[in-house]
Design a protein around this ligand. Structure first.
Ligand code: IPE
Ligand code: IPE
Ligand code: MG
Length: 224
């Protein structure tokens, strides 16, 4: 049976979830945040899952209308401020991947604060991808090696990435079958699972079913 140490999720479908109900897209993002909390708590209780990496905002998501981008920034700030007790109660260590430079000073302070507060938590490491694009991550990593005159190898490049780990299982919700610039390097040998469920409707129960499916797959890593 496969061991699931690192789970990554492309949390997609918030807008469609709201639209289906005749609501503003922002309602979907609000509900989506509740799913983030539920899934994080659930993963913190599953012994073998050590790392949960969540795609929250891509380098391409800045193309969205300013109102939606601003709403997402405020929502993120509110979530990180309010959820500190949850991170502490369930022993979750908060980390980010992606380039935080374009975010406001205020938001960056909230991010740094939660990282500092949760740094000794050991049940689960949660990486939230913010202004994350895999191509941007790889370019930044290669440039940092070039600058330090380090030869580019699979190992040196991996270690220079924001997320220097491989993914065991990648889930994407909402029926889209693409990576959208997420962890291109790290998914080299991941198992993929696509579900039609929209992110706000995704549940710990469905995650358990997907994990069962993953457990019974044959992973070969190029061998026989
Ligand atoms: C995912 O939901 C959340 C973010 C990308 C921020 P979407 O906002 O992409 O929802 P859909 O895909 O439009 O339904
Ligand atoms: C991917 O979803 C990014 C996140 C989930 C944060 P998108 O909704 O932005 O991706 P596309 O545009 O459908 O590929
Ligand atoms: Mg989408």
């Amino acid at each position: 049976m496969n061991k699931l140490e690192h789970l990554a999720i492309i949390m997609d479908g918030n807008g469609r979830w709201a639209k289906k109900r005749g609501w503003n897209r922002t309602k979907g993002h609000e509900k989506g945040v509740e799913t983030v909390r539920d899934i994080t708590i659930h993963c913190s209780k599953i012994e073998e899952i050590k790392t949960l990496t969540l795609y929250a905002f891509s380098t391409e998501n800045w193309k969205r209308p300013k109102l939606e981008v601003n709403f997402l920034m405020k929502l993120l700030e509110r979530y990180l401020k309010n959820e500190e007790p949850t991170y502490m109660k369930y022993g979750v260590k908060f980390e980010t991947i992606g380039d935080l430079e374009p975010f406001s000073k205020g938001l960056r302070k909230v991010i740094d604060n939660l990282k500092e507060k949760t740094k000794n938590n050991t049940n689960l490491k949660q990486y939230i991808a913010l202004n994350y694009g895999s191509q941007d991550e790889i370019v930044r990593a290669v440039n940092s090696l070039v600058k330090e005159n380090i030869e580019v190898t699979t190992d040196t490049l991996t270690n220079a990435l924001d997320l220097p780990y491989s993914i065991d299982l990648l889930i994407r919700t909402s029926g889209e079958h693409r990576l959208s610039n997420f962890l291109l390097w790290q998914v080299a040998y991941s198992e993929f699972f696509f579900t039609d469920t929209l992110w706000p409707d995704f549940s710990p129960n469905e995650l358990d079913t997907i994990i069962d499916n993953f457990k019974n797959r044959e992973r070969k890593f190029g061998g026989i």
